[in-house]
Ligand binder design. Sequence first.
Ligand SMILES: [Zn+2]
Length: 258
Amino acid sequence: MTRESASACQPTISITEKQHRRQICRIGRWMYTRGYVVANEGNLSVRLDEDRILVTPSGTCKGRLKSDGLLVTDLRGEVVSGTGSPSSEMLMHLLYYRSRPDVRAICHAHPPTATGFAAARRALEEPVLPEVIVGLGKIPLAPYGTPGTWELCAGLEPLVQNHDAILLENHGVVTCGRDLLAAYQRMETVEQFAKVMLTAELLGGPHLLQRADVRKLVAARPVGGPSLPRESFELPLSAEATRDRPAMARPALEPVAK
Ligand SMILES: [Zn+2]
């Protein structure tokens, strides 16, 4: 079954542009209140239809968005309605929308713990929590690129097809979904997982699930849950595979001896 036909089987409730605008403002407030962004960081967008994207403008605090202050752009990022410039990180949103017809919303933020992992060049790809394995699979790390440029997109491009959440090296996190709430909840999951992993590291390291356990979890994934069809879902590493990796990039938390 193709991704388009899979999504066509899902019941859809159409909501109006006005409702999308309100939802972007509400989720912007949630991101700001939870500390996933500060000052004017982060950006949100929703695909209104085949040709139009509703996006947050650059230079605005996501905790204080106004629904009539959002911009509508085309798929090249050119503003077709509203005043101001779209987010400087619009290119990242466009990459997802052009590559994945199933993606209807993007959430980008700098949640501190997950961004800490990205700054330490640590992907979140180990099999530790069942709900993360089932919902997101691996959370890979895209190589660093200057924010707001195609350089960033070049590192992301190989990953967007198979991942709904990606860490951006020395930068933050991007998540996508069939709607904005799904994209936001993935951001919450990534940050929560990063906190759990950090705590587990402090307590001696996480216990990794075995390959058989990971397979059982993935086989039980509910239809209609995560965006990705089973065939494009990238499994997290199993405990066995992690052990077998000769040079896993897993720096210790303790300071390096001089
Ligand atoms: Zn950013």
